[in-house]
Design a protein around this ligand. Structure first.
Ligand code: AMP
Length: 346
């Protein structure tokens, strides 16, 4: 039995991939119903700090993974006392705090955006002096899809920005003049063998991933560099499972790491139809102690997210026989919410 912390679409697709290998999944999530719970053999509906529920979950599974990186580190530490947790709690913790994450990425050899620690409005003013204008201020924890982020152009905006971030511990980043955004997903098995999917290009709209092109076109030598550094990062974290790293490519051709996630990643959804092994099967294999699958690209492809109401167009999408559709079974199509995606060969 594969234990999955988190009930979203990444857990759903992991549970489906595990089923293909003959495993059942047990999903632990606070919300019900949830996309992963609907395709799992069992679900536990409880908060992540419910020690009794975590213990029962642990007793019921062989190994534990996460589909959501904001699972409290303490939950994973408790589970690790009785079951293998893949990723390990330290790797999860490194990805939860942008300050720790940036230091880690730099340590592995990535260039990162210049940053300034922010614990007050005055720190934002200081950041504008050290980093130049504008800066992007991001909460250290719990940011996603552009949430927990404010762009600040001048000292006059500092107070309002600090209030908008809920006065939460943050970092300010210098603005990167990027030409494109790319990402790499690495997988690592229990014996430390690493396999990397090729670098892909990601196109965002309103801070939300829209489209992925796989592999990223015309990357030249940068593709190998991105893959080599991602492989080094997953090994350094001693992580069994998956690690995704998002990067910018600057106009002058440098690679700058932005953030990482120790779980399946939206930019890897194309692998479900156009890689020899999907990222979800790869995760299930790694977590259950099996050898990794082949990461070969079957066909260059694109992935497009279905956000909010767009999901209602699915019958029309299926009229195109080349479209491979994946819906997450979410009942409510809130604006910007990831409802599904489709893949198509290029
Ligand atoms: P993040 O939440 O860090 O993934 O940021 C969301 C998006 O904001 C990124 O995918 C970029 O498009 C943009 N962004 C974040 N940080 C920077 C930066 N330092 N310079 C320029 N754009 C950024």
């Amino acid at each position: 039995m594969l234990g999955i912390l988190g009930g979203g679409q990444l857990g759903r697709m992991t549970a489906l991939a595990a089923a293909k290998l003959g495993y059942r999944a047990h999903v632990f999530a606070p919300e019900s119903p949830c996309p992963a719970g609907e395709v799992a053999w069992a679900t536990t509906v409880a908060e992540y700090d419910d020690a009794v529920a975590l213990q029962r979950f642990s007793d019921a599974v062989d190994a534990v993974t996460v589909e959501f990186e904001n699972v409290p580190e303490a939950a994973l530490r408790q589970l690790a006392q009785t079951r293998p947790t893949r990723p390990n709690a330290a790797a999860l913790a490194a990805a939860q705090d942008r300050l720790v994450e940036k230091a880690f990425l730099a340590d592995v050899g990535f260039e990162t955006a210049p940053i300034h620690q922010v614990d007050s409005a005055d720190d934002i003013v200081a950041a504008l002096t050290t980093l130049g204008r504008p800066v992007i201020v991001k909460t250290r924890r719990f940011g996603y899809d552009g949430k927990g982020q404010v762009r600040v152009e001048s000292p006059a905006e500092a107070e309002a920005a600090w209030a908008a971030l809920g006065k939460a511990p943050s970092i300010a980043e210098g603005l990167i003049d990027f030409a494109r955004e790319v990402s790499v997903i690495a997988a690592r098995d229990v014996d430390g063998r690493v396999a990397c999917y090729p670098a892909v290009e990601n196109i965002h709209e309103n801070h939300i991933l829209r489209t992925t092109l796989a592999p990223a076109p015309d990357m030249g030598a940068l593709a190998g560099e991105a893959e080599r550094l991602t492989a080094a990062a997953i090994a350094r974290l001693d992580l069994t499972g998956l690690l995704a790293i998002e990067m910018f490519v600057t106009r002058d051709g440098r690679l700058i790491a932005n953030e990482m996630a120790p779980r399946p990643h939206n930019s890897g959804h194309w692998t479900m139809d156009f890689a020899a092994t999907s990222q979800f099967e790869q995760l299930a294999r790694a977590v259950m102690g099996l050898p990794l699958g082949d990461v070969a690209v079957l066909r260059p492809a694109m992935m497009r997210n279905l956000l909010g109401d767009e999901a209602n167009t699915w019958p029309a999408l299926l009229a195109d026989p080349g479209v491979r559709l994946h819906l997450y079974g979410k009942r409510e199509a809130r604006p910007g919410r990831k409802m599904g995606h489709w893949n198509k060969a290029l």
